[in-house]
Each structure stands twice: as structure tokens, then as C-alpha cells.
Design a protein around this ligand. Structure first.
Ligand SMILES: C[S@@+](CC[C@H](N)C(=O)[O-])C[C@H]1O[C@@H](n2cnc3c(N)ncnc32)[C@H](O)[C@@H]1O
Length: 264
């Protein structure tokens, strides 16, 4: 499965940004949540950095930090380095890699849904950093989509399950759920979107085409953003302020709707 993930994102590295509107919005949300804390990270690690959109957004908040980009796909990292040329980088499976350094802040936007064990990964990473801010997909993600593909294997956690995992390893500081509806005129459009994004390992092109018809489809994203503090950090004075959610209209072959968010 990891090889499939790697090659799928390698193949999509140059097209990813043309369709990654949800990922850009989710990055902005994650960074806006971080902006509500008085953090002054000197070292930041971006796990599953993709083409670097989250670090680009983070740089506005923390312009002087030292950035390390990590991704399983070398082609994705190469794209990210075009945007953040001075960043350090590590091409690896983040679940298997032994990060030697300590980081003030680790971020991961919409990458951990590809991991085998978020539980194990969070446990390991929270030994290596003070703060961890991540977004991932929840169990109602793509619920309108499951009947489309034979190989649908989206096995995303419920919010409660994820919170239990987080609280096992650290202190949950803030969480927020965002819902994004991507409306496509046809299933073919949705399939093409997933391929362009690199999210192709599970719905293979063969079973997509077998089931194609002209029905409109809604890819309903359910994204949770979470900021966690390592239990080891006893120094941080954390001051929450009001944060605003950033909404945007996007130009695309599909329509993007951002549903009302609520803080769980
Ligand atoms: C949907 S993209 C998100 C990219 C970026 N964070 C963003 O917000 O645009 C998921 C990224 O996670 C990477 N990825 C998936 N599994 C990984 C793993 N085990 N270790 C490191 N990176 C991984 C993929 O290669 C891909 O670039």
C-alpha cells in the first residue's frame, strides 16, 4: 500500500496544486488555529508536506523559523522546495522514520489519513516535539462516495476515537471540524479529480470506469483540525484568542461549498 501511495503522489506532483483547493483551505484553517496561540517555534517539521502549501502558509505566521519538509514522495518534495527553497527535507515514510531531532512544532495537513496507525505515529511524534498541529479525515468523509467504488476502504476514525488517541499522548488544546462539499457534474469528473490529486490508490481507474454514469456526485470532505501539546512541555503559557475561519470561492470544474463549521 505504501508503494502505491508513494507512486500515486509522485505521479500527481505536478498537477496536485491545480485541484488542491480543499487542502489549501484546510492549511489556512490549521495555521489560523495556531495563530491563536502565543507560539514562537524556531524549528518546524511539515509531515506529508506535499507541494508545500502548509509551510507556505506557516511562513506568514513564523517567517524566521527553520523549516523541514518531509514526504514519502520525492516528486512532491521537489515541488515544495520550489516554494520554500531554503528548507531542509527528508524523503521517507514518516511512520517508519526515526526523526533524530526535536522540533518546536510539527504540522501535518491532510496526510495522516494515509497512515497505518495514527495512534502509534502520534505517540512517537509527541516525544519529538512540543506542539503538533494536524488535520485529517473523519468517519463521515466521502460518505456519499462509498457506493461508487468496489474498493472503497476509507476507514477514518470518529471524532471521539481521534480525541481519545490524542489525549492518550498529549494535551488537546483546540479542535475544529470543517466540511467541504466538492460537487461534480459527473462521476468521471470526481474520478479525474482524485487522480489529479494523487489520491488514487484505492479507487483504481478500472473500477471507476466500470461504474461510470452521468450521476452528479458530491465528494463531501469532513476534516478535523487539532492542536496538541506534548505532555512533556511544562514551559508554555498558551493564550487562546478568537480565530476566524477563512472561506474562499474557488475556480474549478467543480463547485466547492464550505459548510458551516462548528467547534466540537
Ligand atoms: C493529500 S496530500 C497533502 C499534502 C499537503 N500537506 C497539503 O496540505 O497540500 C498527502 C501527502 O502525504 C504524503 N504521505 C502519505 N503517506 C505518507 C507517509 N507515510 N509519510 C510521509 N508522507 C506521506 C503524500 O505523499 C502526499 O504528499
Amino acid at each position: 500500500m505504501k508503494e502505491k501511495i508513494k507512486s500515486s503522489f509522485d505521479n500527481a506532483a505536478k498537477t496536485y496544486d491545480s485541484v488542491a483547493q480543499v487542502h489549501v483551505l484546510s492549511s489556512a484553517k490549521l495555521v489560523s488555529m495556531l495563530g491563536s496561540f502565543n507560539l514562537r517555534p524556531k524549528t518546524i517539521l511539515d509531515i506529508g508536506c506535499g507541494t508545500g502549501n502548509t509551510s507556505v502558509e506557516l511562513k506568514k505566521l513564523y517567517p524566521h523559523a527553520e523549516y523541514t519538509l518531509c514526504d514519502i514522495s520525492k516528486n512532491m518534495i521537489n515541488q515544495a522546495l520550489l516554494k520554500i527553497p531554503n528548507a531542509k527535507h527528508i524523503v521517507c515514510d514518516a511512520e517508519k522514520h526515526n526523526f533524530g531531532e526535536h522540533y518546536d512544532l510539527v504540522v501535518s495537513n491532510l496526510a495522516m489519513q494515509w497512515f497505518e496507525s495514527i495512534d502509534e505515529f502520534l505517540g512517537n511524534m509527541l516525544k519529538k516535539c512540543r506542539y503538533f498541529a494536524f488535520s485529517t479525515l473523519l468517519d463521515r468523509n466521502f460518505s456519499d462516495y462509498g457506493d461508487l467504488f468496489d474498493e472503497w476502504s476509507g476507514n477514518y476514525p470518529s471524532l471521539q476515537k481521534l480525541k481519545n488517541i490524542v489525549e492518550k499522548h498529549g494535551k488537546l488544546l483546540k479542535s475544529s471540524i470543517e466540511r467541504y462539499d466538492l460537487l461534480f457534474e459527473s462521476q468521471f469528473g470526481a474520478a479525474r479529480y482524485l487522480k489529479t490529486l494523487g489520491a488514487a490508490p484505492f479507487p483504481t481507474s478500472r473500477n471507476i470506469t466500470q461504474k461510470l454514469n452521468t450521476r452528479r456526485i458530491n465528494l463531501n470532505y469532513e476534516v478535523v483540525c487539532i492542536v496538541v501539546r506534548s505532555d512533556r512541555d511544562t514551559s508554555g503559557v498558551v493564550v487562546p484568542r478568537q480565530s476566524k475561519i477563512c472561506l474562499a470561492e474557488v475556480k474549478s470544474s467543480c463547485r466547492l461549498q464550505v459548510r458551516k463549521q462548528h467547534a466540537p
